[in-house]
Design a protein around this ligand. Structure first.
Ligand code: ZN
Length: 458
């Protein structure tokens, strides 16, 4: 069964830039303030690259860089736990989890739909909610979030990322898209009342044609995005049969057609090519929202890094995805909430993609359901028929690939020398009981402990 996926190897990074004198000085000053390097002792560590569980490793960690500096293979009896060390023997240790498709500024659609959230909640409320969301995510074992669109909050996601990176608030390491890109009127919360300028904040920046698209990508880069996200398709013609609630869609008219809100492509192939070319010039990964065969094929051929959703892909389209080496993020958790009986077809497609050796990353479209419940996505990978070890790779290493791999500037998603010290420990073995993934005992991100023995430490 496992033979259909070859063992991935982290792609080679660009040649390292020598450390500057100023940077060395900064690290020396940090070292004076921080505890000295320490060791984390383990008895069982999951390796998402080999898909094996490795026994009896001790991980040397430098708090100043937040990196794992050395991995020592121990024999059980000779481990000496020194002062400051952390003993995770008896627990199941995994690399910190990556949620590859999130929205920190959204909370569950069961509580308020997107129009209500973007129109009625204040900027301050949305920032404070996001602060709570990030704590919930971290305590659930998520040390990295790829946050794909600020949902009416302009470029605040970039500022929010920086607040975490400066240590002002705690949360996962964020990779943000700022505003998403779409063609004119392609992605917006449509409303029927335009009187008095009634409107809902834009969630997307409209750009059409080569010049506007290049400018929009350059603007996103200038605003500090880590990833450019665009919509390759969307339910643009929704106002023919206006919705009662925009997302999730519920029709407001009495006799709607079978599919009142079909997804249509928003761009031409040339436009998508230009968008990808411009982002690649800055070594910035591209994420494409795409649900239909046409849009997925277009985005894959243009060379996007990740394809989000891909709900209705057939086998021919999956072959094109594989050929172009794109990563799929099937966002099963939101699909489970949206599609009822059609959801089974989406699970089947996700399984087929795995069988064909397509790399998939776990990302639930978290935010449309509550942060902290992220692990549902991994559970649905397993429900689709993907083996546990491959699912755990999608939850960790493939998440790093989705964030851009080496272009992230930091290695995470596996436990190796030179990787960020992002470590999660479970009380029970998920090979025996899947609910173990919901029982997080320990969380470390960048060498800082945020949860110990099931209790938060900050
Ligand atoms: Zn999303």
């Amino acid at each position: 069964m496992d033979t259909c996926c070859s063992v991935p190897r982290p792609p080679k990074p660009a040649a390292p830039v020598p450390q500057s004198k100023a940077e060395a000085g900064r690290l020396d000053r940090l070292r004076e303030m921080l505890p000295p390097p320490f060791t984390v002792h383990t008895s069982l560590v999951f390796n998402p690259i080999t898909l094996e569980f490795d026994e009896d490793l001790s991980l040397r960690i430098d708090p100043a860089t937040g990196l794992i500096t050395k991995i020592i293979k121990n024999s059980k009896d000779i481990i000496k736990v020194e002062k400051g060390d952390i003993d995770l023997r008896g627990k199941i240790v995994l690399p910190g989890f990556v949620d590859a498709h999130t929205h920190i500024f959204l909370h569950s659609y069961d509580e308020a739909d997107i129009a209500k959230q973007t129109r009625d909640e204040s900027f301050v409320e949305r920032i404070l909610r996001a602060t709570n969301h990030c704590v919930s995510a971290l305590l659930a074992g998520y040390t990295t979030y790829r946050d794909l669109g600020s949902e009416g909050m302009e470029d605040a996601d970039a500022n929010f990322r920086d607040a975490i990176n400066r240590g002002i608030i705690v949360g996962p390491r964020l990779f943000v898209a700022t505003k998403v890109l779409a063609s004119v009127a392609g992605v917006m919360t449509h409303t029927e009342n335009k009187i008095g300028g009634t409107r809902i904040p834009d969630t997307s920046e409209a750009c059409d044609g080569e010049v506007e698209i290049r400018k929009a990508v350059r603007r996103r880069l200038g605003m500090g995005c880590d990833v450019v996200k665009f919509f390759a398709d969307y339910r643009k013609r929704v106002m023919r049969f206006p919705p009662a609630t925009p997302h999730p869609y519920l029709s407001s008219v009495m006799f709607p057609p079978d599919i009142p809100n079909p997804d249509v492509v928003l761009y031409t192939q040339e436009e998508v090519n230009v968008l990808c070319e411009e982002a690649k010039n800055a070594d910035c990964p591209v994420a494409a929202h795409c649900a239909t065969n046409r849009a997925v094929q277009m985005a894959a051929k243009a060379g996007v890094n990740t394809l989000e959703h891909c709900y209705w892909c057939d086998l021919e389209t999956l072959a094109i995805v594989k050929e172009n080496n794109c990563i799929m993020v099937p966002t099963l958790t939101i699909a489970e909430n949206l599609f009822g009986t059609n959801f089974q077809a989406i699970l089947k497609k996700t399984y087929n993609a795995w069988r064909m050796g397509i790399n998939q990353a776990c990302g639930g479209d978290t935010g449309t359901f509550n942060h902290g419940q992220n692990i549902r996505e991994a559970e649905l990978f397993i429900e689709a028929g993907i083996p546990l070890t491959h699912t755990l790779r999608s939850l960790t290493f493939n998440g790093w690939l989705a964030c851009g791999g080496h272009s992230c500037g930091r290695k995470f998603g596996w436990i190796g020398e030179g990787c960020a010290a992002d470590i999660v420990a479970l009380n029970r073995d998920p090979r025996e009981d899947l609910t173990a993934l919901r029982d997080i005992s320990f969380v470390m991100k960048d060498g800082r402990v945020y949860k110990k023995e099931g209790k938060k430490t900050f």
